[in-house]
Design a protein around this ligand. Structure first.
Ligand code: NAG
Ligand code: NAG
Ligand code: NAG
Length: 270
């Protein structure tokens, strides 16, 4: 019994946001051994993260340059909530240095200058740099871009190497799934919302039994169901707003869940 309840609980929490980056097209600048799948940009969105070493075939690996860029194309604008990055670590800890100073952007193009900066590292040191990084960034966008640079002439903090590479094993972008150009049920701020407008985050379709701009009201007395368009049986003294059952009783002379059975015992049409 305990296990069943736990599973239901987990499902309820995880259903709100999904990893919208999974298996989406990805790109990296300066791939190590171009053409070799072991190091391909797409390894960072393939859902595999059991081997975070550079040649385990589960990471995007590039070679050191002044600039490192990796991005995923979510293929349409998504409402993003948070981003989790699993960095390449493994046996060679030197890779940690490549990430110092990194930034994460959400953009509608592959250009960071047109995007929103979610995070820019200015505090991590080789000792504090995490191997799994998480940032909350509630922004609408189509590309999530990892970026780093070492400009010539700039004096960087201790521990920063001269060149950077992307070297990331998994990028999980948690956001709202898109259903028919709308967001799914759990992505609107309104509790009883069934479908949410992508641009405005305003609910456009309430769950059965609810109405109002924020789906905050139960159907008015006498109505129930999808769009509150169904009428309660008139033998009912007040019906359930969701399924129309006559929860609060029947008029005299009627019985049954929908008060559809007359005292003669003959069911009448609902
Ligand atoms: C991103 O994906 C969309 C939809 O598949 C496609 O039209 C667009 O060209 C892609 N962008 C890039 C930069 O490849
Ligand atoms: C991307 O475009 C959407 C409109 O489609 C807009 O709401 C959003 O703010 C844009 N995102 C960025 C990061 O510019
Ligand atoms: C990342 O942060 C979000 C909240 O912003 C949280 O729900 C999620 O569990 C965190 N993930 C990790 C791996 O820490």
């Amino acid at each position: 019994m305990y296990i069943i309840c736990l599973c239901v609980g987990l499902f309820a929490i995880s259903s709100a946001y999904v990893n919208v980056a999974l298996n989406k097209p990805a790109y990296q600048q300066n791939q190590w051994k171009p053409g070799d799948k072991t190091y391909d940009a797409s390894n960072a969105v393939d859902g595999r993260k059991s081997d975070l070493t550079w040649n385990g075939g589960q990471c995007a690996v590039s070679f050191g340059e002044r600039v490192a860029t990796w991005w995923v194309n979510l293929t349409s604008v998504h409402s993003i909530h948070h981003i989790t990055i699993y960095f390449l670590t493994g046996s060679f800890s030197g890779h940690i240095f490549d990430h110092l100073g990194f930034s994460v952007y959400i953009s509608n193009t592959t250009d960071i200058l047109q995007g929103t900066l979610c995070f820019k590292d200015s505090n991590f040191t080789p000792d504090t740099m995490p191997s799994i990084f998480n940032t909350t960034c509630p922004v609408h966008g189509q590309y999530v871009i990892y970026y780093n640079e070492r400009e010539s002439g700039v004096i960087y903090p201790h521990g920063y190497q001269k060149y950077v590479d992307a070297d990331i094993c998994e990028v999980e972008v948690y956001g709202c799934p898109i259903v028919d150009n709308l967001y799914g049920a759990d992505c609107c701020p309104d509790v009883n919302c069934q479908k949410c407008n992508m641009e405005t985050d305003i609910c456009v379709e309430c769950e059965p039994g609810f109405e109002g701009h924020q789906c905050e009201q139960a159907c008015q007395n006498g109505f129930y169901g999808e769009g509150c368009s169904e009428m309660c049986n008139d033998t009912c003294t007040g019906c359930n707003n969701i399924n129309g059952s006559c929860d609060s009783g029947c008029l005299q002379g009627w019985k049954g869940g929908f008060c559809h059975i007359g005292f003669s015992g003959v069911p009448v049409s609902k």
